[in-house]
Design a protein around this ligand. Structure first.
Ligand code: ADP
Ligand code: MG
Length: 261
């Protein structure tokens, strides 16, 4: 059975997409079968996984509107495969923004992705869903099929405040739509230990959320930011970099963690 995780945070630019593609590559590197679903119309996770969003024939949009199955719409980058980090991609592009409007009329509109993913459940160990920076119907579709949410966060002053909104949304989805849903963990990203404030917020997070805070910390590392322009995750772009190594460690932590779930 595939374990399904949403990478979510309603703030933009906090590292959701970077986390999704590098965790996907890291999990593939340690031998896991992975599907990455891009639920953001910006299509950054698609591009960052080596799939050109501009030439996508079928995408997650078609899957949500039931004009294609996941098996028909998924793709895999040869470059990632050759690097030993291959994973399947259910891609997105601007077309997906329209799905939001078109789905409003439909029945079971929050459960469309869940139904579609059920058909490929046996093909994967992990399904990772990159969510857009909003609590929209697209995000709801992601939360509806997930076993857990991974929340990337920067250790900054307002981080805890934003977290309260997300925790409330997750509680509501848990109560009304998906009894399996839980926050699996908070991932500290773009971390710079030299900044005292970041260290303080990190300590607060641990005091308040305990073992919900992942042990792995993702450092601020320019190689992770450079990788997308080459159409690969940092884990593939520069495996020796601090950022890549942190994401492989995080993949190992995730594998260990799901064994205890
Ligand atoms: P989101 O998906 O939440 O909008 P992104 O993953 O796109 O966030 O990250 C926002 C920006 O920060 C991108 O330019 C990305 O390359 C950069 N970035 C993300 N994580 C790191 C990191 N650990 N070190 C350096 N830059 C990072
Ligand atoms: Mg993103």
């Amino acid at each position: 059975m595939a374990r399904i995780f949403c990478i979510a945070n309603q703030k933009g630019g906090v590292g959701k997409t970077t986390t999704t593609v590098n965790l996907a590559a890291g999990l593939a590197k340690v031998g896991q079968r992975v599907l990455m679903v891009d639920l953001d119309p910006q299509g950054n996770a698609t591009m960052g996984s080596g799939i050109d969003k501009r030439t996508l024939q079928t995408s997650v949009y078609d899957v949500l509107l039931e004009s294609a199955s996941v098996a028909e719409a998924r793709a895999r980058s040869d470059k990632l495969q050759a690097a030993g980090c291959g994973y399947d991609v259910l891609g997105a592009n601007r077309e997906l923004a329209g799905a939001e409007v078109e789905m409003v009329e439909l029945e079971r509109r929050e459960r469309r992705l869940r139904q579609a993913l059920a058909e490929v459940d046996a093909d994967y160990d992990f399904i990772l869903i990159d969510c857009p920076p909003s609590l929209s119907l697209l995000t709801l579709n992601g939360l509806c099929c997930a076993h857990g949410v991974i929340v990337p966060m920067q250790c900054e002053y307002f981080a805890l405040e934003g977290l309260a909104d997300l925790v409330n949304t997750i509680k509501q989805v848990h109560a009304n739509l998906n009894r399996d849903l839980a926050i699996i963990g908070l991932l500290r990203v773009m971390f710079d230990p030299r900044i005292t404030l970041q260290q303080q917020v990190s300590d607060q997070l641990k005091a308040r959320f305990g073992n919900k805070v992942f042990d792995t910390v993702i450092p601020r590392n320019v190689r992770l930011a450079e990788a997308p322009s080459y159409g690969v995750p940092g884990v593939v772009f520069d495996p020796a970099s601090k950022g890549a190594q942190a994401f492989v460690a995080f993949a190992q932590e995730m594998v260990a963690r799901i064994e205890t779930l």
